[in-house]
Design a protein. Structure first.
Length: 92
């Protein structure tokens, strides 16, 4: 169960609270398991990013992706609007 909890956090990007709820264990226990995993990870792979760093990067990239998707939608709508203005025959 420990490995599953750590995997859910490190690979799936779930929070400690979410994992605790899904597995029916206290959030603090999940945090302890994650801390142990992080310290072992650093000891076996010096110079590699820590789980916390990877989670922070993942969060940042998710926000950037959401922003990019929003901008894409705005550009699609703007393109459609200006196409109608430039080519009045396209209006329904």
């Amino acid at each position: 169960m420990k490995a599953e909890a750590v995997r859910m956090i490190t690979r799936e990007g779930l929070t400690q609270s979410e994992v605790g709820k899904k597995l029916g264990i206290p959030k603090g226990t999940v945090g302890n398991w994650l801390s142990k995993y992080e310290s072992e990870d650093e000891a076996t792979m010096p110079g590699a990013p820590t789980v916390r760093e990877l989670l922070a990067e993942n969060s940042k990239l998710r926000k950037e992706l959401a922003e990019a998707k929003m901008k894409e939608e705005i550009l699609k709508k703007a393109t459609a609007y200006f196409a109608k203005e430039s080519f009045p025959s396209m209006r329904s």
